[in-house]
Design a protein. Structure first.
Length: 243
């Protein structure tokens, strides 16, 4: 996976997230709601919920918001019923795009997603039209900006815990796992006192697409528009973001 770093792409796409803090909290609330709805509200027995709460806390989401989302899911607080949906299609220049949403109004969300694609010279496809171009993997980032981590030692720890691969990027290590081994590797690395700065089970493209400057700009605007939609939870694509 060297040369196609998710972490590097993320770094290139950094912007002022504080301006979107309310939307960030809303997405975290929906993630927590879904995890608690599927596996119950006990953090000690629900790994997905524990991960969702950890992510929310890393973005400084208040505990009251977290508790409210869990109570809504477990039926101890009145609230909307959310539905998980996935949209697949192509962005400008033929970039493959997968959009995961959590919505209480699928007609509204479908119209919004379709409008975003059309506005930026993309088009929605059928389910399965692009997902075959992606692999689902666990992904863990360990920061090492000071270069203090022993790469051989970290590699040994990660592989012993069940990781499939480890990648040394500038200022960080990326650890990749099978989805079913993800939580065990996260727990092992934390117990080994490594500082995990990002972790998730996500989709990785099998190949990446480089675009012209115009098409890339249009694609980034499509991503921004989708990110601004409060129903959108995740966006996966195979754009190789330029420097």
């Amino acid at each position: 996976m060297a040369g196609h770093s998710k972490w590097k792409n993320i770094q290139r796409r950094k912007n002022a997230q504080d301006a979107k803090k309310g939307k960030v909290f809303m997405r975290h609330a929906k993630d927590i709601y879904t995890a608690a709805k599927q596996g119950g509200g006990d953090l000690s027995t629900n790994a997905a919920l524990r991960l969702a709460v950890d992510k929310a806390k890393s973005d400084n989401m208040p505990n009251d918001n977290i508790d409210r989302a869990i109570k809504k899911a477990t039926g101890t607080l009145d609230g909307a019923s959310f539905e998980e949906l996935t949209y697949e299609g192509y962005g400008p220049g033929g970039v493959a795009v997968i959009v995961n949403v959590l919505t209480d109004n699928k007609n509204r969300t479908a119209a919004d997603i379709r409008h975003a694609f059309k506005k930026h010279n993309g088009n929605l496809g059928e389910n399965g039209s692009v997902s075959f171009m992606f692999d689902r993997k666990g992904y863990i980032v360990i920061a090492d900006e000071e270069g203090a981590i022993d790469e051989d030692e970290l590699t040994l720890e990660a592989l012993e815990a069940g990781a499939e691969d480890i990648n040394n990027e500038e200022g960080a290590y990326e650890v990749f796992t099978a989805p079913e081994d993800y939580q065990a590797v996260v727990d092992h690395l934390r117990e080994a006192k490594y500082t995990i700065t990002d972790s998730e089970v996500t989709m990785f493209p099998q190949t990446y697409s480089s675009l012209s400057e115009k098409d890339e700009s249009n694609m980034l605007h499509l991503i921004d528009m989708l990110e601004d939609n409060e129903d959108v939870q995740d966006i996966h694509h195979n754009l190789e973001v330029s420097e």
